[in-house]
Design a protein around this ligand. Structure first.
Ligand code: HEM
Ligand code: HEM
Length: 173
């Protein structure tokens, strides 16, 4: 029996975040007809995109607070330790940058989960433009990082045959 270096809550937040990212990205890219019929209009599609994005921001801040208490990385080669730290660091950075840039670039208020009106933040048009560029461009880095990250997890499991994936997916144990 292997012990995970992640708590049950950290594992739950990891997979919840992964599922939310999938939905957040599917909403603007998925079939317009499907989502608009399901949610009753384009406005609602983006209300959900934005609300779930704010939820990811909250979950990420909570995960970063919990992370300080996580156990250190076990002994690894220096290059591998660097790749793991840089990779996870960049993933966390993108999990903050995507929702923050989204929040910053909007010029009209939006309804958070159809409950409260949020924004717009008092920013110049230039800063809004910059935030929009970040939102539109950083998505590609996020996609590449997620592919590399999932690929690395599968490589650990099927090629190296170690417990890395089991640590985040206790069902495999
Ligand atoms: C949107 C998709 C995903 C995001 C944003 C994401 C993000 C992250 C982050 C930030 C960590 C670092 C946790 C920490 O040390 O505090 C992590 C760990 C991990 N993730 Fe993901 N992940 C995603 C999807 C996946 C998928 C699809 C897999 C499996 C195929 C996976 C497997 C793992 C594993 C095994 C770890 C633990 C690595 C270790 O023990 O060092 N993740 N993930
Ligand atoms: C983890 C969080 C988020 C991710 C991964 C994400 C990702 C994306 C992606 C992939 C697109 C499609 C871009 C394109 O058409 O090329 C998009 C568009 C958009 N996002 Fe987000 N987003 C997130 C959070 C937010 C938040 C919190 C807001 C606002 C409060 C927001 C507002 C928007 C808007 C308004 C668009 C449409 C942009 C346009 O084409 O004019 N997003 N987002």
């Amino acid at each position: 029996m292997t012990h995970s270096r992640f708590s049950a809550l950290q594992i739950a937040f990891h997979w919840l975040t992964a599922a939310l990212i999938l939905l957040i990205v599917a909403l603007p890219y998925g079939s317009e007809a499907f989502f608009e019929a399901l949610l009753g209009g384009k406005g609602n599609v983006f209300t959900l995109h934005k609300s779930l994005g704010v939820l990811v921001l909250l979950l990420t801040v909570l995960r970063l607070c919990m992370r300080r208490r996580a156990q250190p990385l076990e002994a690894k080669a220096p290059l591998e330790r660097f790749l793991v730290k840089a990779g996870h660091g960049l993933l966390y950075l993108l999990l903050l940058a995507m929702p923050l840039s989204g929040l910053l670039f909007g010029s009209r208020p939006f309804s958070l989960f159809w409950l409260v009106e949020v924004g717009p933040l008092p920013l110049s048009a230039d800063l809004r433009g910059l935030a929009k560029d970040v939102h539109i461009l950083a998505q590609y880095l996020l996609f590449a990082m997620i592919l590399g990250h999932a690929g690395a997890a599968l490589w650990h499991h099927y090629v190296r045959r170690d417990d890395t994936l089991k640590g985040m997916l206790p069902l495999l144990r």
